[in-house]
Design a protein around this ligand. Sequence first.
Ligand code: DCP
Ligand code: MG
Length: 611
Amino acid sequence: MSSIAPTSTYFDFRQALTAKKMTGLWRMMSDYRLAYAAANLSLAVSALAKMFTYLLLRNFADTILGDAVPFAGTLERTLIVIALGFVGLAIVEGGFTYFSGRLAAYSAEGITRRLRNFLFDHIQRLSFAYHSKTPTGDLIERVTSDVDSVRSFFNEQAIGIGRIVFLFVINFAAIWQLNWKLALASIVVIPIILIVSLWFFKKVTKAYEKYQEQEALLSTTLQENLTGVRVVKAFARQEYEKAKFEKDNWEKFLRGKAFLRMHSLFWPLSDIACGFQMLGGFIYAAILAIHGEITVGTYPAYVGLVVWLIWPMRNLGRIIVQTSTGLVSYGRLMEIVKQEREPLTEGRVQAQGPARGEIVFENVSFQYEDSSANVIKDVSFRVLPGQSVALLGSTGSGKTSLVNLLPRFHEYTDGHILLDGAELKDYPRQYLRSQIGIVEQEPFLFSRSIGENITYGVGRDVPQEEIEAAAQAAAIHEVILTFPDGYKTLVGEKGVTLSGGQRQRMAIARTLLKNPRILILDDSTSSVDTETEAEIRAALNRLMENRTTFIIAHRIQSVMNADLILVMDKGAVVQMGRHEELVAQDGMYRQIYEIQTRIDTELEDELAKVG
Ligand code: DCP
Ligand code: MG
């Protein structure tokens, strides 16, 4: 089978994007069409063997009951030949059916493996905007359940068509050869079956679409509940969540029932039609036999053959109806495939080597795709290479949105951002992201080892000493040594769970290794105790050396030493300058400063009293 097997597992499924769903499925079969041809050919051989079995049966009956001349001389020898013929034909028929089944299964698995690989890669290349508006549960549902129903299409329906055509043609020809009137009388039901099937096809398509939608909703509910399990528990909302899930699940049950009802209605109807067809054929054949228009042996042969003429007719309906699920899933998958990927390497400025890190904002405004107002309003400032900018402001004032413009996670809508004198939009995203290191507020760690998490994204083999040096600089080395397997300890479900502060320090170590020219620290010290905060700040100061840094913080202490402080309010920069300048001004900065110093001194007084 390996001669037919394509070795490459990559196929660009964007080639299968088309308005005609059947054409799309056909394109997906690329590289596997030969295998399908072979599978269909084997089915033809096996159908031929079946036909010969019945012709042999006719000969057998005519020899025993009628007056046909034994073809192998004596009756005994003829019977032995016939018996051997039956065995041989059964082997051929079974063998080729098996072979075609294997080919179909192998091809279906191959196509869907490629499809899953493609989707995985494609999804991770889509934009932030796409991901923030698409529920994870829905994506998971499509990559699993819909891929699976496409797989059954390739495994069952794609091959069924060939079998149906072959069986029909062969058996029809065979009956025609027995008696042409009988042949025509045996297919009167075809138009009825076609009409009924197409009607059901439409119904089932709708029902299955609704079912898949609901299933996606259910997995979204489940996924969100699992991700947000802390919130659910903290607010004691288990009962509410349970009721919500039960409601969604009940709806899925109803839709599943409606879908299955369509199927279960179709079967009896098509069976009844086929039953009448068969009965009518039998009676007509009997009449013909009585009138001597066909031989006695022709009758059992017809009986055998007509079953296999009806079978493809009956299955044609089945395939039409079942193909609907494959087509629905094809459509749902193509909704992902047709999404534009975020271009990573395109850009007019093909910069080589590290950036200097001079950043200028000129009247920059920014609006999220789906929102109506600007989130960043007319912001202008300038940072020299190696300087640090601090962003301070109430929550929702646009601090994170502003720094997210730098790696081009989102595109600014107005104004200019210049990096080393060139427009940011002209740099390839990949270059920018390699030059910018981000320490997020809640860094995400993968379920891999501590070491792998620290070296994630560095893009080269990092020697152990270097990893440890980074961990030491990030004040996390000692903590890692207390874990059972040190740097090899797994993070997450099968390993250790890290605290918020520990995760931040892991992210700092990771960023140190990446050694970017531009650094973004988002709220990096807000969720830890004062002692750890001091450690992290020391680690951060090491990290900030010689890099252009954007630091978002809520505490004055974290921003005091910055070269430039931006005070933000509702998307606009309301104050800008160094700490001394801003404290001297009457404004938001001084208010925050005064409140925070008062709290700090009160706290110290309290502590002194207790001490
Ligand atoms: N916003 C949005 N779409 C997003 C992210 C944010 O519409 N994908 C909105 C929510 C806020 C505004 O943009 O109204 C600014 O959000 P930021 O996350 O930029 O705000 P901050 O980072 O300043 O807030 P915080 O201090 O809470 O982190
Ligand atoms: Mg923020």
